[in-house]
Each structure stands twice: as C-alpha cells, then as structure tokens.
Design a binder for this molecule. Structure first.
Ligand code: FAD
Length: 429
C-alpha cells in the first residue's frame, strides 16, 4: 500500500505542506504530476508557462531520483488518469495542496467524491497562502472586500508559527523506492520549447530599496517572483519570512494583496468572469477590434502604453505601474471590456494568476471590489511625467519614440475621458 502526493502548483520538495503530511502518513509516498489536458488544450503551442513547468518537473524528477525515488508524470484528463493509477498501485491515501480557482475547486470536489467511493482518503492542505478561505473575516463573519482592514487583520494574525517551514526534507526517506517512471516529452504533448528567459529566485537584494524604487518601471526595482509563487517553486512562507527579516513592510503588503485577491476569488467565484459590482456589466463597451489589436501590439501612439505592451509581448512580464496604466487605457480610453484585456494578459503573463489578474483588471475598470471610483481616469501623460520622467523605460521598449515613424495617438485624451464618463454614468445611474 502507498500514499500519493499529487503536485499541482507546489512544484518543490522543500517546505511543502501536503508533501510533508504525505511523508508522515506511514505509507511509502509516490509523487505524481499530471499535465492536465483540460488546461493545456486551451494554450498556444509555444506557451512559455508549459515550458517552465516542464523544466521544473524535470528538475524535480532528478531530485527525487537522487533519493532513490522518482516522479510519475502523466498527460491527460485527471478524471481519466486517476482510475488508471488506482489499477496499477494499491493506494491508501492521496495528498494535495489547496487550489482556490473555480476549475480547480470543481476538479477537487469530483476527486474527493471519486476517491471516497474507492475508499481512499483524500487529504488536502493549505500551502500557497499564509491565510486562506475563512481565516480572515470581519467581526460579522463575512469576508472583507476592502484591502486595508483585511491587511490589518492579516498582519496582526501573522506570527512565527505561520511562516515556519515544513521540514519535508527530513522525511524524504519515506518516499517510495522506484526507478524509471515514464514521462511524456514536450513534443509528445504537442508543445514547443519557448524561447523566453525565466526569472530566477533572487530577490533579497531588492527588498531594502523596494519601497523607494517599485513604482519606477525604468529602475526594475521589483522582484519578479510572481511566476515562482504561481507554480510554487518558491514557498510563500519563505517569502513572507524574508520580508519580515528585511523589514520590508511594503513588499510584505504586496504579498498580502496576492492573498486578498485569492480570498476574494474564493468567496466570490462569479467575479472571475462577471463584474464584481454587477451594475458594471450594463456598460456598453465599444469593443473595437482594430483598436484592441493596436493595444495588444503596442501601437496606440501613447508611449507608456505601447512600452508596456511591448515589454509584455517580448518578455512575458510587465511592470505593475504600467499594468495599471495599460488596463485603464484599454477599459477607459478605448472602452473595451475588461475581460478582453484580462484574457490577453492571461495568455501572455508568465506570472499569470487568475485571482490577481481579474482583481487588477476589475480595479482598473472600476468594477472591482476595492476599485477607485470610475471617474478617476489615469492620464498616461501625467503617469509618464511622474514615473518615467526621462522616458528611459519608454525608449527601451519603443525605439522609434520621438521620431516620425512613431504612431499617432489612437484617440485624444480629453475626448476619451468625456466619452467614458458619459457611458459609465449612463450604465451606473
Ligand atoms: P513585486 O512587486 O516584487 O511583488 C512581489 C509579489 O507580490 C508579486 O510577485 C505578487 O505575487 C505579489 N503582488 C505584488 N503586487 C500585487 C498586486 N497588486 N496584486 C496581487 N499580488 C501582488 N499579479 C500576478 O501575480 N499575476 C497576474 O496575473 C497579475 N495581473 C495583473 C493585472 C493588472 C491589470 C494589474 C494592475 C496587476 C496585476 N498583477 C498580477 C499584480 C502585479 O502587477 C504583479 O504581481 C507584479 O507586477 C509582479 O511583479 P513582481 O513579481 O516583480 O512583483
């Protein structure tokens, strides 16, 4: 008899909650990863995240092989793969970490039902956040929808216990002894290797000056760890512990924003696709396809917007300040539905995280839980003056900036501002 640890977005051996519990289950542990076809089928063939996962899985496999064990890697639909696994192995218990996205919740509910019917225990653990679900609630037991009071409680509750690492490595001797488990290649799964570079986990040198530098895209003062938090190659407990040790309170609060949005998505799953404030779904978006294309390609004639979109297209990452500017520009200047922008980001961002992406987009559109009032329209020119005054960021990504070759503005700012105020007012009154 064995236990299985099912890796999903927790792709590391160190400080992994469910893996720790699996290793202490009393049965030898078989580690498993499934390339989920339900998710992969929707992605382009050169999707960079698939390459990242593939390389990470390969590293994990090698680490496990050094322990005399291995990683079972499957490709297909989990609901079809699990019955096959149960035929091959005598499984007593299955361990995995919580995932809060709507698709994952449904998949895990189905898994729980299936495994229970097979008399197998399905044990799930909190791993990707410090506080989850109902751990941070208002006095009346309802969820917070505003960040500041959420963060106050999150911070008050935080102590050494919550950031203590699970000593997984001590128990790796409890892994199953096994050799040569099969693994599909990227090509067999229908994907190509992406040419993008992936950021390394090296953020400690950024924390001291983070508060000062984080808002200036040319300085690149942020840590680029979003991808690693997304796929669990970095433990959130480790990140929070490092923030506390460096006394980087601003960075700590950014990590809490991530949890805030995950908690919002958990309590309000409809907000993944509908406006959090439902009256915003009455807005008559213009949804002009040519203008959307110009935005996607970074050809709007607004230099800060174009720089951001080109950075995204070329690297899979965009600076937070610029994410806010381009999102505001799409929804307010061009009156294009926030879902179009959200979907484009979801396809391109290496650090794509449904909760934060939907949260960021709804914040920009004004439809979100803690959004600025709709009549606050970012002025791209003022944003540039404040945050890229010497046009360093812009020149890096838009080399033709300042020449005749550069595009004319797709829409005039004052006109666009008046238009959106009228359209939003009509929908919301
Ligand atoms: P740092 O500034 O170094 O922060 C460290 C970590 O804290 C980030 O990696 C992230 O996990 C978290 N964090 C920081 N800011 C935020 C925030 N505002 N909301 C939630 N978490 C935050 N973040 C994503 O992780 N995935 C997304 O898909 C995503 N989409 C966004 C879309 C829009 C329209 C906007 C305005 C913001 C979005 N963000 C998203 C938030 C933020 O822009 C990124 O987390 C940040 O730019 C990532 O860079 P970094 O890793 O260097 O972050």
């Amino acid at each position: 008899s064995i236990s299985i640890h099912w890796f999903r977005r927790d792709l590391r051996l160190a400080d992994n909650a469910a893996l720790y519990h699996a290793l202490k289950s009393g049965y030898p542990v078989l580690p498993l990863f499934i390339f989920d076809q339900n998710i992969l089928d929707k992605l382009p063939k050169d999707d960079a995240r698939v390459t990242f996962i593939y390389q990470t899985i390969d590293d994990l496999k090698k680490e496990l092989q050094l322990q005399g064990s291995d990683l079972l890697v499957k490709h297909g639909e989990p609901e079809k793969i699990w019955p096959e696994i149960l035929k091959q192995y005598k499984v007593k218990e299955v361990y995995t970490n919580h995932d809060y996205e709507p698709y994952a919740r449904e998949r895990d509910d189905n898994m729980a039902e299936f495994l229970t019917s097979e008399k197998i225990a399905f044990k799930t653990h909190k791993d990707q956040v410090i506080f989850e679900k109902n751990e941070i609630l208002k006095a009346d037991k309802t969820p917070y929808t505003v960040f500041t009071p959420f963060y106050k409680q999150w911070h008050t509750k935080l102590n050494d216990f919550y950031v203590k690492a699970y000593p997984t490595k001590k128990y790796l001797k409890n892994l199953i002894e096994i050799k040569h488990l099969p693994s599909p290649t990227l090509k067999e799964m229908g994907f190509e290797k992406s040419k993008l570079d992936f950021p390394k986990i090296s953020y400690k040198n950024k924390l001291d000056d983070y508060a000062k530098e984080r808002d200036f895209p040319a300085l690149d003062g942020t840590t680029h760890i979003g991808l690693h938090l997304r796929f669990g190659t970095l433990s959130i407990r480790k990140a929070v512990k490092d923030a506390l040790e460096a006394k980087s309170t601003v960075w700590l609060s950014e990590l809490a924003w991530r949890e805030f949005y995950m908690t919002i998505l958990w309590h309000f799953p409809y907000s993944a696709s509908d406006s959090f404030k439902k009256q915003y779904d009455k807005i008559k978006w213009r949804n002009n396809e040519d203008e959307f294309k110009a935005w996607c390609e970074g050809n709007t004639g607004y230099p800060i917007v174009d720089a951001g979109m080109r950075q995204l297209n070329q690297t899979g990452w965009m600076h937070n300040r610029v994410r806010m500017v381009v999102a505001s520009f799409l929804t307010k200047h061009l009156l294009i539905d926030w879902r179009w922008g959200e979907t484009y980001f979801a396809e391109k961002l290496l650090d794509y995280e449904m909760a934060s992406n939907v949260g960021g987009w709804q914040w920009a559109a004004g439809s979100g839980n803690d959004a600025a009032p709709y009549f606050r329209v970012f002025n791209p020119e003022l944003q540039t003056k404040k945050f890229d005054p010497k046009f360093e960021y812009i020149k890096k990504w838009v080399p033709e900036f300042g020449t005749k070759k550069y595009a004319q503005p797709i829409v005039e700012h004052t006109f666009a501002r008046e238009r959106i105020l009228k359209v939003f007012k009509e929908a919301l009154s």
